[in-house]
Design a protein around this ligand. Structure first.
Ligand code: TYD
Ligand code: MG
Length: 457
């Protein structure tokens, strides 16, 4: 048997190096290059040659797209509407989905709840756990609202065995908890190594596609936020879901960042209770729930989370700084964006924060990824600086340009309908938009210098 060779592969970008290096030549990340044994070269080439030869004789004929029959995508509902929604309308048979998140966030819990509900709907499931023993899974199941009794469990870390069990039990949905604890026989290397993780994922993908079984794999997330193991794992699977949340809060946010069968960035909000995770059907009300009207340094905006508008509170605190450089701390938004907004306020808004420590945060653990939230950040900053609250029934929606101009934003009317539902009556936005939503008055602002004028006395 030939000795297996190894490559040195970056765990961030997957670039191969002929020898170990401290810094990846492709993505310049430090300390990410790991030795990875190549596939054992015994059986593999033969199988491959055999298949290729078979193909050459057989008919592999491309067909015009118009001749391909439209099939309606079948989906299984998990019975957890928020989970279905994030998946794009339910589980697609034959798909492979990855659920990432920090330890303890609730990945195992939500999947166990989902398979329990699937069983109740007559869909056969198998929950394979390399993380926990079947006894531990049972203990968790006993806490849940759902009856997980009929769910088949398997404590196994060898992937081929898991797949064989799924076939033997004729499962329709397979959960594998987690990808970092399984290993495949086709590769050398410990479970959780880059090579094992990727090869296991590829194997599961082939299995899912050939068998029509829907597979969910759990993946742990590193401190930096990436799913541990190679980034390429995310390229292999059909769907990537992230489970996030502030450890101190009970909210759990489930988000799709990749979905071959639906839209991305859809958000599902859950709370962790003593009986498992419970979906929150009205996230805006939850995120605004803790807000006290009339508080200084607070402004409300509407974010588009996928196709759904969600109202959030932006909080700012400006406090005179001591000696030295003033601090800027941003939680839930890009610190660079905050720096830009502060500079625009200084030059075009006539408000100086140069002698102020500035802290900005977004309530509920959400993130401001859209420029549409600029105006709310600015309003919260000015509110804190001048010690005047924003009006309790007002929303701020607009992007700030470097010239201090306020630009129109996308999806304005959808955001405003959500605001109207929650009792908001006014919106401050760009002077160039004129949305018509019953019950909400739109006030167009020409520039950032007019924002201070919107604050209450
Ligand atoms: P878990 O699903 O094990 O997280 P992960 O698989 O992502 O590591 O979640 C475990 C946490 O959730 C743990 O801190 C206990 C808590 N929990 C509840 O609060 N209520 C429950 O009903 C369950 C099952 C767990
Ligand atoms: Mg777990």
């Amino acid at each position: 048997m030939a000795r297996a060779h190894s490559v040195y592969r970056c765990t961030e970008c997957g670039h191969d190096h002929p020898k170990w290096v401290g810094r990846c030549e492709a993505c310049a990340a430090w300390n990410t290059v790991a030795e990875e044994p190549l596939r054992l070269s015994t059986a593999a080439p033969k199988a491959r040659g055999g298949r290729a030869a078979g193909r050459r004789e057989g008919a592999v004929v491309p067909v015009p797209l118009r001749d391909i029959e439209k099939t309606k995508l079948l989906r299984w509902s998990t019975g957890i509407p928020e989970f279905d929604f994030v998946l794009g309308g339910g589980i697609v048979p034959g798909s492979l989905a990855l659920i990432g998140g920090e330890p303890g966030i609730g990945k195992s819990t939500i999947l166990l709840q989902a398979v329990a509900r699937l069983e109740a709907r007559g869909i056969r499931t198998l929950y394979a756990s390399g993380e926990e023993s079947p006894e531990q899974v049972r203990l968790r199941a006993d806490r849940l609202e759902e009856d997980a009794g009929p769910v088949l469990v398997l404590g196994e870390t060898q992937l081929e065995n898991v797949i064989a069990a799924a076939e033997a039990t004729r499962a329709q949905v397979l959960v594998l908890d987690s990808i970092q604890t399984v290993y495949t026989d086709t590769l050398e290397g410990a479970p959780g190594s880059v090579g094992q993780v990727r090869e296991s994922a590829a194997l599961l993908m082939r299995f899912a596609k050939e068998s029509g079984i829907a597979v969910f794999v759990v993946g742990h997330v590193t401190k930096g936020g990436a799913i541990a193991g190679p980034k390429t794992l995310e390229h292999i699977v059909d769907t990537v879901l992230y489970f996030e949340g502030e450890p101190s809060l009970d909210y759990r946010l489930l988000r799709a960042t990749k979905n071959r069968f639906g839209s991305v960035d859809e958000l599902g909000v859950f709370t962790m209770t003593g009986r498992g995770l419970v979906a929150v059907p009205n996230p805006s009300a939850v995120f605004l729930g803790a807000r006290s009207a009339g508080a200084v340094g607070s402004a409300v905006t509407a974010l588009m989370e996928g196709s759904r508008p969600v109202l959030v509170e932006v909080q700012a605190l400006a406090a005179p700084s001591g000696y030295g450089t003033a601090q800027r701390v941003a939680t839930g938004l890009d610190p660079k964006r905050l720096a830009v907004l502060l500079a625009v306020l200084e030059r075009r808004g006539g408000a100086s924060f140069s002698q102020q420590d500035v802290f900005v945060q977004v309530a509920g653990g959400l993130r401001l990824t859209e420029p549409a939230a600029d105006l709310a950040v600015v309003a919260a900053l000015l509110s804190s600086l001048y010690n005047r609250p924003t009006p309790p029934d007002a929303l701020y929606l607009g992007e700030l340009g470097l010239g201090g101009e306020i630009r129109p934003i996308a999806g304005l009317e959808r955001r405003l309908s959500e605001a109207g539902r929650l009792g908001f009556q006014r919106v401050f936005g760009s002077g160039r938009s004129s949305p018509r939503i019953p019950g909400i008055t739109h006030f167009g602002l020409g520039g950032v210098d007019e924002v201070a004028g919107t604050l209450a006395a």
